[in-house]
Design a protein. Structure first.
Ligand code: XLS
Ligand code: NI
Ligand code: NI
Length: 442
Protein backbone atom coordinates (compact mmCIF):
# COMPACT_ATOMS: atom_id res chain seq x y z
CA UNK A 1 0.00 0.00 0.00
CA UNK A 2 1.24 3.49 -0.91
CA UNK A 3 1.19 6.25 1.69
CA UNK A 4 -1.46 8.76 0.63
CA UNK A 5 -0.84 12.38 1.58
CA UNK A 6 -3.18 15.34 1.11
CA UNK A 7 -2.04 18.94 0.68
CA UNK A 8 -0.19 18.75 3.94
CA UNK A 9 1.52 16.00 5.94
CA UNK A 10 -0.06 15.64 9.39
CA UNK A 11 1.98 12.80 10.88
CA UNK A 12 5.40 14.18 10.02
CA UNK A 13 8.49 12.11 10.54
CA UNK A 14 6.55 8.85 10.61
CA UNK A 15 6.91 6.58 7.62
CA UNK A 16 4.91 3.48 6.81
CA UNK A 17 4.91 0.82 9.53
CA UNK A 18 6.38 -2.42 8.22
CA UNK A 19 6.83 -5.98 9.42
CA UNK A 20 10.34 -6.49 10.84
CA UNK A 21 9.91 -9.71 12.83
CA UNK A 22 10.00 -10.59 16.54
CA UNK A 23 13.63 -9.55 17.00
CA UNK A 24 13.12 -5.95 15.88
CA UNK A 25 13.49 -3.24 18.51
CA UNK A 26 11.82 -0.59 16.36
CA UNK A 27 8.68 0.50 18.26
CA UNK A 28 7.09 1.54 14.97
CA UNK A 29 7.37 -1.87 13.31
CA UNK A 30 5.28 -5.03 13.44
CA UNK A 31 6.80 -8.02 15.17
CA UNK A 32 3.98 -10.44 14.40
CA UNK A 33 1.69 -8.85 11.87
CA UNK A 34 3.22 -9.97 8.59
CA UNK A 35 0.21 -9.33 6.36
CA UNK A 36 1.34 -11.93 3.81
CA UNK A 37 1.95 -14.73 6.29
CA UNK A 38 -0.39 -17.64 5.63
CA UNK A 39 -2.07 -19.19 8.68
CA UNK A 40 -4.80 -21.83 8.36
CA UNK A 41 -5.10 -21.29 4.64
CA UNK A 42 -5.44 -17.49 4.58
CA UNK A 43 -3.05 -14.55 4.88
CA UNK A 44 -3.16 -12.53 8.10
CA UNK A 45 -4.48 -9.62 6.05
CA UNK A 46 -7.42 -11.75 4.90
CA UNK A 47 -8.10 -13.19 8.36
CA UNK A 48 -8.32 -9.86 10.13
CA UNK A 49 -9.38 -7.20 7.61
CA UNK A 50 -8.21 -4.59 10.14
CA UNK A 51 -10.02 -1.28 10.15
CA UNK A 52 -9.39 2.15 11.65
CA UNK A 53 -12.26 3.78 13.57
CA UNK A 54 -12.69 7.36 12.36
CA UNK A 55 -14.37 8.56 15.55
CA UNK A 56 -11.74 7.57 18.08
CA UNK A 57 -8.73 8.41 15.94
CA UNK A 58 -9.69 11.65 14.21
CA UNK A 59 -12.70 13.11 16.04
CA UNK A 60 -12.44 12.41 19.76
CA UNK A 61 -10.02 14.91 21.24
CA UNK A 62 -9.71 13.12 24.55
CA UNK A 63 -12.23 15.04 26.64
CA UNK A 64 -13.72 13.34 29.70
CA UNK A 65 -16.46 14.38 32.16
CA UNK A 66 -13.84 16.30 34.13
CA UNK A 67 -12.06 18.26 31.44
CA UNK A 68 -11.72 19.22 27.80
CA UNK A 69 -9.73 17.46 25.12
CA UNK A 70 -5.96 17.26 25.21
CA UNK A 71 -5.39 16.04 21.66
CA UNK A 72 -5.10 19.09 19.46
CA UNK A 73 -5.88 18.20 15.87
CA UNK A 74 -4.23 20.22 13.09
CA UNK A 75 -6.98 19.12 10.75
CA UNK A 76 -9.67 20.74 12.82
CA UNK A 77 -8.86 24.37 12.10
CA UNK A 78 -10.83 25.66 9.09
CA UNK A 79 -14.17 27.40 9.66
CA UNK A 80 -16.02 25.92 6.67
CA UNK A 81 -17.40 22.49 7.69
CA UNK A 82 -16.77 20.77 4.36
CA UNK A 83 -13.22 22.15 4.02
CA UNK A 84 -12.50 21.10 7.62
CA UNK A 85 -13.90 17.63 6.92
CA UNK A 86 -11.66 17.26 3.87
CA UNK A 87 -8.59 18.12 5.95
CA UNK A 88 -9.67 15.50 8.46
CA UNK A 89 -10.07 12.95 5.69
CA UNK A 90 -6.59 13.80 4.38
CA UNK A 91 -5.21 13.13 7.86
CA UNK A 92 -7.27 9.92 8.15
CA UNK A 93 -6.04 8.45 4.88
CA UNK A 94 -2.48 9.48 5.68
CA UNK A 95 -2.70 7.63 8.99
CA UNK A 96 -4.52 4.61 7.57
CA UNK A 97 -2.02 4.15 4.74
CA UNK A 98 1.00 4.75 6.99
CA UNK A 99 -0.42 2.12 9.33
CA UNK A 100 -1.11 -0.22 6.40
CA UNK A 101 -4.72 -0.71 7.49
CA UNK A 102 -6.81 -2.11 4.64
CA UNK A 103 -10.16 -0.75 5.92
CA UNK A 104 -11.84 2.06 7.83
CA UNK A 105 -15.23 2.63 9.51
CA UNK A 106 -17.21 5.80 10.21
CA UNK A 107 -20.38 7.35 11.57
CA UNK A 108 -21.95 10.04 9.36
CA UNK A 109 -21.08 12.81 11.80
CA UNK A 110 -17.46 11.69 12.12
CA UNK A 111 -16.93 12.44 8.46
CA UNK A 112 -18.49 15.91 8.47
CA UNK A 113 -20.22 18.04 11.12
CA UNK A 114 -24.01 18.06 10.92
CA UNK A 115 -26.49 20.84 11.68
CA UNK A 116 -30.26 20.47 12.21
CA UNK A 117 -30.93 20.90 8.48
CA UNK A 118 -31.59 17.41 7.06
CA UNK A 119 -31.18 18.37 3.39
CA UNK A 120 -27.99 20.31 4.05
CA UNK A 121 -26.53 17.40 6.04
CA UNK A 122 -27.21 15.11 3.10
CA UNK A 123 -25.36 17.53 0.82
CA UNK A 124 -22.39 17.73 3.18
CA UNK A 125 -22.11 13.98 3.50
CA UNK A 126 -22.41 13.60 -0.28
CA UNK A 127 -19.52 16.03 -0.80
CA UNK A 128 -17.32 13.98 1.50
CA UNK A 129 -18.42 10.72 -0.08
CA UNK A 130 -17.13 12.02 -3.40
CA UNK A 131 -13.87 12.97 -1.72
CA UNK A 132 -13.57 9.58 0.00
CA UNK A 133 -14.26 7.73 -3.22
CA UNK A 134 -11.22 9.29 -4.82
CA UNK A 135 -9.10 8.59 -1.73
CA UNK A 136 -10.19 4.95 -1.69
CA UNK A 137 -9.34 4.67 -5.37
CA UNK A 138 -5.90 6.24 -4.95
CA UNK A 139 -4.94 4.18 -1.90
CA UNK A 140 -6.78 0.87 -2.26
CA UNK A 141 -8.21 1.33 1.27
CA UNK A 142 -11.81 0.15 1.56
CA UNK A 143 -14.81 0.87 3.74
CA UNK A 144 -15.50 -1.99 6.18
CA UNK A 145 -18.76 -0.51 7.42
CA UNK A 146 -20.65 2.71 7.76
CA UNK A 147 -23.13 3.76 10.43
CA UNK A 148 -25.17 6.73 11.63
CA UNK A 149 -24.64 8.38 14.98
CA UNK A 150 -28.19 8.58 16.30
CA UNK A 151 -27.25 8.97 19.94
CA UNK A 152 -25.16 12.17 20.37
CA UNK A 153 -27.52 14.87 19.13
CA UNK A 154 -29.67 16.09 22.07
CA UNK A 155 -32.85 15.20 20.15
CA UNK A 156 -31.96 11.54 20.72
CA UNK A 157 -31.84 11.86 24.50
CA UNK A 158 -34.78 9.42 24.81
CA UNK A 159 -33.67 7.13 22.01
CA UNK A 160 -33.69 7.12 18.21
CA UNK A 161 -35.94 4.41 16.74
CA UNK A 162 -37.21 3.65 20.26
CA UNK A 163 -37.96 7.28 21.10
CA UNK A 164 -41.46 7.86 22.48
CA UNK A 165 -41.78 10.72 19.93
CA UNK A 166 -42.43 9.63 16.35
CA UNK A 167 -40.95 12.90 15.10
CA UNK A 168 -37.55 12.01 16.57
CA UNK A 169 -37.71 8.53 15.02
CA UNK A 170 -38.20 10.16 11.60
CA UNK A 171 -35.03 12.22 12.08
CA UNK A 172 -33.10 9.07 12.93
CA UNK A 173 -34.48 7.51 9.76
CA UNK A 174 -33.28 10.46 7.69
CA UNK A 175 -29.78 10.04 9.08
CA UNK A 176 -29.77 6.27 8.58
CA UNK A 177 -30.98 6.68 4.98
CA UNK A 178 -28.16 9.07 4.15
CA UNK A 179 -25.57 6.88 5.91
CA UNK A 180 -26.80 3.81 3.98
CA UNK A 181 -26.57 5.78 0.72
CA UNK A 182 -22.99 6.74 1.62
CA UNK A 183 -22.09 3.15 2.52
CA UNK A 184 -23.47 1.83 -0.77
CA UNK A 185 -21.73 4.57 -2.75
CA UNK A 186 -18.39 3.74 -1.12
CA UNK A 187 -18.75 0.00 -1.57
CA UNK A 188 -18.92 -0.72 2.17
CA UNK A 189 -19.04 -4.39 3.17
CA UNK A 190 -21.36 -3.77 6.08
CA UNK A 191 -23.74 -1.39 7.79
CA UNK A 192 -23.79 -1.26 11.60
CA UNK A 193 -26.54 -0.48 14.07
CA UNK A 194 -25.31 0.26 17.55
CA UNK A 195 -28.33 1.21 19.66
CA UNK A 196 -26.66 3.62 22.04
CA UNK A 197 -29.86 5.08 23.43
CA UNK A 198 -32.17 2.29 22.28
CA UNK A 199 -33.09 1.31 25.81
CA UNK A 200 -34.38 3.04 28.89
CA UNK A 201 -33.45 4.76 32.12
CA UNK A 202 -36.60 3.84 34.10
CA UNK A 203 -39.65 1.69 33.40
CA UNK A 204 -41.74 4.34 35.17
CA UNK A 205 -41.84 6.28 31.88
CA UNK A 206 -41.25 3.47 29.37
CA UNK A 207 -43.45 1.17 27.31
CA UNK A 208 -40.78 -1.40 26.59
CA UNK A 209 -42.93 -3.62 24.38
CA UNK A 210 -43.86 -0.77 22.06
CA UNK A 211 -40.30 0.54 21.88
CA UNK A 212 -38.92 -2.84 20.87
CA UNK A 213 -41.60 -3.19 18.20
CA UNK A 214 -40.55 0.19 16.82
CA UNK A 215 -36.92 -0.91 16.76
CA UNK A 216 -37.88 -3.98 14.72
CA UNK A 217 -40.01 -1.96 12.28
CA UNK A 218 -37.19 0.53 11.87
CA UNK A 219 -34.62 -2.19 11.13
CA UNK A 220 -36.93 -3.73 8.54
CA UNK A 221 -37.44 -0.36 6.86
CA UNK A 222 -33.68 0.30 6.77
CA UNK A 223 -32.94 -3.18 5.43
CA UNK A 224 -35.62 -2.97 2.75
CA UNK A 225 -34.36 0.42 1.64
CA UNK A 226 -30.74 -0.74 1.43
CA UNK A 227 -31.57 -3.95 -0.42
CA UNK A 228 -33.80 -2.07 -2.88
CA UNK A 229 -30.86 0.23 -3.58
CA UNK A 230 -28.44 -2.57 -4.30
CA UNK A 231 -26.70 -3.10 -0.94
CA UNK A 232 -25.36 -6.66 -0.92
CA UNK A 233 -23.33 -6.49 2.29
CA UNK A 234 -24.18 -7.49 5.85
CA UNK A 235 -26.22 -5.58 8.39
CA UNK A 236 -24.70 -5.78 11.83
CA UNK A 237 -26.15 -5.24 15.28
CA UNK A 238 -23.59 -4.32 17.91
CA UNK A 239 -24.72 -5.47 21.36
CA UNK A 240 -23.97 -3.46 24.48
CA UNK A 241 -25.79 -3.94 27.77
CA UNK A 242 -25.75 -0.39 29.13
CA UNK A 243 -24.07 3.01 28.88
CA UNK A 244 -25.36 5.48 27.88
CA UNK A 245 -28.74 4.10 29.00
CA UNK A 246 -29.32 2.06 32.11
CA UNK A 247 -30.63 -0.89 30.13
CA UNK A 248 -30.09 -1.35 26.40
CA UNK A 249 -32.30 -3.58 24.24
CA UNK A 250 -29.33 -5.13 22.40
CA UNK A 251 -27.91 -6.39 25.70
CA UNK A 252 -25.65 -9.19 24.47
CA UNK A 253 -25.41 -11.76 21.66
CA UNK A 254 -28.08 -14.12 23.02
CA UNK A 255 -30.52 -11.25 23.43
CA UNK A 256 -29.86 -9.95 19.92
CA UNK A 257 -30.20 -13.41 18.39
CA UNK A 258 -33.58 -13.86 20.10
CA UNK A 259 -34.69 -10.45 18.85
CA UNK A 260 -33.56 -11.11 15.26
CA UNK A 261 -35.34 -14.46 15.30
CA UNK A 262 -38.54 -13.00 16.72
CA UNK A 263 -38.68 -10.30 14.07
CA UNK A 264 -37.54 -12.41 11.13
CA UNK A 265 -34.28 -10.55 10.59
CA UNK A 266 -31.84 -13.46 10.91
CA UNK A 267 -31.32 -13.77 7.16
CA UNK A 268 -29.92 -10.27 6.78
CA UNK A 269 -28.37 -9.39 10.12
CA UNK A 270 -25.25 -10.64 11.86
CA UNK A 271 -23.48 -9.43 14.98
CA UNK A 272 -20.61 -7.03 15.50
CA UNK A 273 -19.06 -8.07 18.82
CA UNK A 274 -17.10 -5.55 20.85
CA UNK A 275 -14.74 -6.83 23.53
CA UNK A 276 -15.50 -4.19 26.13
CA UNK A 277 -19.26 -4.57 25.58
CA UNK A 278 -18.97 -8.31 26.20
CA UNK A 279 -17.27 -7.72 29.53
CA UNK A 280 -19.77 -5.00 30.49
CA UNK A 281 -22.50 -7.62 29.96
CA UNK A 282 -20.77 -9.87 32.48
CA UNK A 283 -19.38 -12.19 29.81
CA UNK A 284 -15.97 -12.83 28.39
CA UNK A 285 -15.27 -11.81 24.80
CA UNK A 286 -14.74 -15.51 24.11
CA UNK A 287 -18.24 -16.31 25.35
CA UNK A 288 -19.83 -13.79 23.01
CA UNK A 289 -17.79 -15.08 20.06
CA UNK A 290 -18.88 -18.64 20.73
CA UNK A 291 -22.54 -17.70 21.10
CA UNK A 292 -22.50 -15.82 17.79
CA UNK A 293 -20.48 -18.48 15.98
CA UNK A 294 -22.83 -21.26 17.12
CA UNK A 295 -25.81 -19.31 15.78
CA UNK A 296 -24.09 -18.56 12.46
CA UNK A 297 -24.05 -14.81 13.03
CA UNK A 298 -20.39 -14.08 13.78
CA UNK A 299 -20.14 -11.08 11.47
CA UNK A 300 -17.51 -8.60 12.63
CA UNK A 301 -15.48 -7.48 15.65
CA UNK A 302 -14.87 -4.18 17.43
CA UNK A 303 -11.47 -4.67 18.99
CA UNK A 304 -10.60 -3.01 22.28
CA UNK A 305 -10.41 -3.96 25.94
CA UNK A 306 -11.98 -2.84 29.18
CA UNK A 307 -10.50 -2.31 32.59
CA UNK A 308 -11.00 -5.00 35.21
CA UNK A 309 -11.53 -2.47 37.98
CA UNK A 310 -13.83 -0.01 36.17
CA UNK A 311 -17.36 -0.86 35.15
CA UNK A 312 -17.57 1.17 31.97
CA UNK A 313 -16.54 1.24 28.33
CA UNK A 314 -12.92 2.39 28.61
CA UNK A 315 -12.20 1.38 24.99
CA UNK A 316 -8.50 0.74 25.51
CA UNK A 317 -6.43 -0.79 22.75
CA UNK A 318 -6.24 -4.60 22.87
CA UNK A 319 -3.03 -6.05 24.31
CA UNK A 320 -4.01 -9.07 26.37
CA UNK A 321 -2.33 -11.98 24.63
CA UNK A 322 -3.89 -14.76 26.75
CA UNK A 323 -7.45 -13.60 26.25
CA UNK A 324 -6.97 -12.95 22.57
CA UNK A 325 -5.40 -16.37 22.06
CA UNK A 326 -8.50 -17.98 23.57
CA UNK A 327 -10.63 -15.76 21.33
CA UNK A 328 -8.65 -16.72 18.22
CA UNK A 329 -9.15 -20.42 19.02
CA UNK A 330 -12.87 -19.79 18.69
CA UNK A 331 -12.49 -17.66 15.57
CA UNK A 332 -10.36 -20.29 13.81
CA UNK A 333 -12.64 -23.15 14.78
CA UNK A 334 -15.64 -21.12 13.57
CA UNK A 335 -14.00 -20.65 10.16
CA UNK A 336 -13.52 -16.87 10.56
CA UNK A 337 -15.76 -13.84 10.32
CA UNK A 338 -18.73 -13.71 7.98
CA UNK A 339 -18.17 -10.65 5.85
CA UNK A 340 -16.77 -8.34 8.53
CA UNK A 341 -13.34 -7.50 9.87
CA UNK A 342 -11.60 -6.21 12.98
CA UNK A 343 -12.26 -2.56 13.68
CA UNK A 344 -10.16 -0.83 16.33
CA UNK A 345 -13.00 0.75 18.27
CA UNK A 346 -10.43 1.94 20.78
CA UNK A 347 -8.96 5.22 21.89
CA UNK A 348 -5.58 6.29 23.15
CA UNK A 349 -5.59 7.64 26.70
CA UNK A 350 -6.18 11.34 27.39
CA UNK A 351 -2.55 11.85 28.33
CA UNK A 352 -1.24 10.14 25.20
CA UNK A 353 -0.84 13.44 23.42
CA UNK A 354 1.84 12.68 20.80
CA UNK A 355 0.79 11.79 17.25
CA UNK A 356 3.04 8.71 17.53
CA UNK A 357 0.85 7.38 20.37
CA UNK A 358 -1.90 6.60 17.85
CA UNK A 359 0.63 4.55 15.88
CA UNK A 360 1.94 2.69 18.95
CA UNK A 361 -1.64 1.84 19.87
CA UNK A 362 -2.45 0.31 16.48
CA UNK A 363 0.91 -1.46 16.22
CA UNK A 364 0.22 -3.11 19.59
CA UNK A 365 -3.33 -4.06 18.68
CA UNK A 366 -2.46 -5.54 15.30
CA UNK A 367 0.56 -7.38 16.65
CA UNK A 368 -1.36 -8.85 19.58
CA UNK A 369 -4.06 -10.17 17.26
CA UNK A 370 -1.46 -11.60 14.89
CA UNK A 371 0.48 -13.30 17.65
CA UNK A 372 -2.74 -14.65 19.16
CA UNK A 373 -3.91 -16.10 15.85
CA UNK A 374 -0.55 -17.75 15.13
CA UNK A 375 -0.52 -19.16 18.66
CA UNK A 376 -4.08 -20.44 18.39
CA UNK A 377 -3.27 -22.13 15.10
CA UNK A 378 -0.30 -23.87 16.74
CA UNK A 379 -2.46 -25.00 19.65
CA UNK A 380 -5.03 -26.46 17.24
CA UNK A 381 -2.44 -28.24 15.11
CA UNK A 382 0.34 -29.21 17.48
CA UNK A 383 -1.26 -29.92 20.84
CA UNK A 384 -3.90 -32.38 22.01
CA UNK A 385 -6.32 -29.50 22.70
CA UNK A 386 -8.81 -30.55 20.03
CA UNK A 387 -8.45 -34.23 20.84
CA UNK A 388 -9.14 -33.62 24.52
CA UNK A 389 -12.34 -31.74 23.78
CA UNK A 390 -13.47 -34.39 21.33
CA UNK A 391 -12.91 -37.19 23.83
CA UNK A 392 -14.75 -35.30 26.52
CA UNK A 393 -17.97 -35.79 24.53
CA UNK A 394 -17.16 -39.27 23.19
CA UNK A 395 -20.04 -40.88 25.10
CA UNK A 396 -22.41 -39.14 22.67
CA UNK A 397 -20.61 -40.53 19.61
CA UNK A 398 -22.13 -44.01 19.65
CA UNK A 399 -24.67 -46.32 21.28
CA UNK A 400 -27.20 -44.78 23.63
CA UNK A 401 -25.54 -41.35 23.74
CA UNK A 402 -25.79 -41.08 19.99
CA UNK A 403 -29.40 -42.25 20.05
CA UNK A 404 -30.16 -39.49 22.58
CA UNK A 405 -28.57 -36.84 20.35
CA UNK A 406 -30.71 -38.07 17.48
CA UNK A 407 -33.85 -37.66 19.57
CA UNK A 408 -34.51 -41.39 19.76
CA UNK A 409 -34.60 -41.82 23.55
CA UNK A 410 -37.48 -41.00 25.88
CA UNK A 411 -37.18 -39.98 29.50
CA UNK A 412 -38.05 -43.58 30.43
CA UNK A 413 -35.25 -44.93 28.22
CA UNK A 414 -32.79 -42.57 29.92
CA UNK A 415 -33.93 -43.70 33.35
CA UNK A 416 -33.47 -47.34 32.41
CA UNK A 417 -29.99 -46.63 31.07
CA UNK A 418 -29.04 -44.95 34.35
CA UNK A 419 -29.86 -48.17 36.19
CA UNK A 420 -28.16 -50.39 33.64
CA UNK A 421 -24.90 -48.37 33.51
CA UNK A 422 -24.66 -47.72 37.24
CA UNK A 423 -22.93 -44.74 38.86
CA UNK A 424 -20.78 -42.78 36.35
CA UNK A 425 -17.04 -42.49 36.88
CA UNK A 426 -15.73 -38.96 37.61
CA UNK A 427 -13.71 -37.46 34.78
CA UNK A 428 -11.46 -34.42 35.06
CA UNK A 429 -12.26 -31.27 33.09
CA UNK A 430 -8.50 -30.59 32.98
CA UNK A 431 -8.83 -26.80 33.10
CA UNK A 432 -5.34 -26.13 34.47
CA UNK A 433 -3.78 -28.51 31.97
CA UNK A 434 -5.51 -26.67 29.09
CA UNK A 435 -4.56 -23.25 30.46
CA UNK A 436 -0.96 -24.42 30.50
CA UNK A 437 -1.21 -25.44 26.86
CA UNK A 438 -2.29 -21.90 25.93
CA UNK A 439 0.69 -20.43 27.77
CA UNK A 440 3.09 -22.99 26.34
CA UNK A 441 2.32 -21.97 22.75
CA UNK A 442 2.41 -18.22 23.43
C1 XLS B 1 -19.97 2.59 21.51
C2 XLS B 1 -19.94 1.78 20.30
C3 XLS B 1 -19.85 2.57 18.99
C4 XLS B 1 -20.21 1.69 17.83
C5 XLS B 1 -20.58 2.40 16.58
O1 XLS B 1 -19.84 2.10 22.62
O2 XLS B 1 -18.91 0.86 20.39
O3 XLS B 1 -18.59 3.13 18.84
O4 XLS B 1 -19.19 0.79 17.53
O5 XLS B 1 -21.66 3.23 16.74
NI1 NI C 1 -18.18 -0.37 18.86
NI1 NI D 1 -18.01 0.67 22.72
Amino acid sequence: MQVLLGEKEYFKGISQVKYEGPESDNPLAFRWYDENKVVAGKTLKEHFRFACAYWHSFVNEGSDPFGPGTHIFDWNQKSDAVARAKDKMDAAFEFITKMNLPFYCFHDVDVVDYTTDVADNEKRLQALVEYAKQKQKDSGVKLLWGTANVFSNPRYMNGASTNPEFHVLAHAAAQVKAAIDATIELGGDGYVFWGGREGYMTLLNTNMKREKEHLARFLHAAKDYARKNGFKGIFLIEPKPMEPTKHQYDYDCETVIGFLRQWDLLNDFKINIEVNHATLAGHTFQHELQVAADAGVLGSLDANRGDYQNGWDTDQFPNNINELTEAMLILLEAGGLQGGGINFDAKIRRSSVDPTDLFYAHVGGMDTFARALITADNILNKSDFKQFRKERYASFDNDKGKAFEEGKLSLDDLRNYAIEAGEPAMKSGRQEYLENIVNRYI
